[in-house]
Design a binder for this molecule. Structure first.
Ligand SMILES: NC(=O)c1ccc[n+]([C@@H]2O[C@H](COP(=O)([O-])OP(=O)(O)OC[C@H]3O[C@@H](n4cnc5c(N)ncnc54)[C@H](O)[C@@H]3O)[C@@H](O)[C@H]2O)c1
Length: 396
């Protein structure tokens, strides 16, 4: 049996999931059902999968591209969860793993990026009841095909709880934490440009500003730029926003945000960081192939440096993969934010498994009654304190 202290710490910190698991053990909402999951496999997601298993589910899981943690995979396998594949950054290997999950014909899908639902449409099968999608990127992939899915799919990302607790507060904290952990560089007085001022960008900008950086924002949407201005950030045009930055953080959910064409705009020594779900926001292969790039260091400990023919350097963190789930000791978002988000996941899957969500609720936000229930449970637990002297004498 693998003993994983992180796993114990995380599971012990997920108080909402623990109380959900107790309900699930009693009610067994997933009895006789298989849940196919494709999600970053790390200690917090492992806790969610274990909760689903305690509700009677037969869980078959694979990771997302490049983010699985080896110890978590081993732990899950030890716990009897079927885990397909290992950590990979190879899209073809990842595709094969996703198709293997679907080959087990799950009754419910727990998706993160739309990977499973899109492949389900390639080869639909009887019996799929519906499922959940975790992310902004996944919602964007699934919206155009919702008429073909014809099953309830609840988008966790669109819960107001996920938006503020995870995307804004937790991503902001963990991207800053990852930058500090990987670079060991001060943020004080550094010029940081955040590209994409959505839920994640707002939190990233605020956390870097709180760490005494001078923050500028670039977003294609003028309304978002206005919001950033009202929040107190500089909002120069794109060329100046990129050229003036010591650090650039992308958080748009879209490809090609920083490309080889931008090389001449960037300042010597700039640090490029991606917080978006897919490793496509910074076109790392394009930058590497630029004729003016002379050398490139091997990526090590999340850092890689390109040097141009003129001697200028461009630093890239975690090869353009999501910074807070890559590099040395990646922790991802805070346990509390994921406890909330994954309790929404568990309750949404429960609602679909028990037939409480109609088929026309396809690629729609979490039902408000589930948001309200989860929010109230967290507020109740947050106020609950058990003084030391309340424990029986032998426990003290
Ligand atoms: N790192 C993490 O832990 C984590 C957590 C949650 C979400 N995400 C990912 O972060 C990304 C952003 O999520 P979000 O919830 O903030 O999305 P969002 O839709 O709220 O915001 C994205 C913003 O990017 C802007 N944008 C789009 N294209 C642009 C371009 N070419 N240039 C500049 N701005 C552009 C949009 O106008 C929008 O304001 C997604 O990929 C999401 O999946 C990452």
């Amino acid at each position: 049996m693998v003993r994983m202290p992180t796993m114990e710490w995380v599971a012990g910190s997920c108080r909402l999931l623990a109380s959900t698991a107790a309900d699930f053990e009693r009610d067994r909402p997933f009895e006789g059902l298989r849940i196919g999951a494709a999600i970053h496999l790390e200690p917090k997601t492992a806790t969610l999968l274990m909760v689903l298993a305690r509700g009677g589910a037969d869980v078959v899981a694979t990771g997302n591209l490049g983010t699985s943690q080896g110890a978590t995979l081993t732990f899950l396998r030890e716990q009897g969860i079927t885990v397909i594949g290992d950590r990979t950054r190879d899209p073809q290997a990842q595709d094969a793993c996703l198709r293997q999950v679907l080959a087990t014909r799950p009754d419910l899908l727990l998706d993160n990026g739309g990977d499973l639902f899109l492949r389900y449409l390639d080869a639909p099968y009887e019996g799929l009841r519906g499922g959940t999608e975790e992310t902004t990127s996944g919602r964007a992939q699934l919206m155009p095909v919702r008429d073909r899915i014809k099953r309830p799919v609840l988008v966790i990302n669109d819960s107001p709880i996920k938006q503020f607790a995870e995307n804004t507060h937790a991503v902001g904290q963990s991207v800053l934490e990852s930058f500090l952990r990987i670079t060991n560089r001060a943020t004080n007085g550094r010029r940081v440009t955040v590209v994409g001022y959505g839920a994640c960008g707002r939190g990233i900008a605020k956390n870097f500003a709180h760490a005494h950086a001078c923050v500028a924002v670039w977003d294609v949407d003028p309304v978002r730029r206005l919001e950033a201005l009202f929040d107190g950030y500089a909002v120069p045009g794109r060329p100046e926003a990129l050229a003036s930055a010591d650090i650039i953080v992308t958080s748009t959910g879209h490809p090609g945000i920083i490309t080889a064409d931008d090389l001449y705009l960037l300042s010597d020594g700039v640090i490029l960081v991606n917080a978006g779900h897919l490793p496509w926001e910074i076109d790392v292969p394009g930058l590497l192939a630029h004729p003016k790039v002379l050398t490139c260091t091997e990526p090590a400990e999340g850092l890689q440096t390109l040097t141009t023919t003129s001697g200028a350097r461009v630093n890239i963190l975690t090869e353009g993969h999501m910074v807070n789930l890559n590099g040395p000791r990646p922790l991802g978002n805070s346990v509390e934010s994921m406890d909330l988000g994954f309790t929404l996941q568990a309750r949404c899957l429960e609602a679909i498994a028990t037939g409480r969500v109609p088929a026309d609720q396809c690629v729609v936000p979490v039902p408000p009654e589930i948001d309200a229930r989860v929010a109230q449970a967290y507020v109740d637990l947050a106020g609950e304190k058990r003084p030391m002297n309340a424990y029986p004498a032998e426990e003290q």
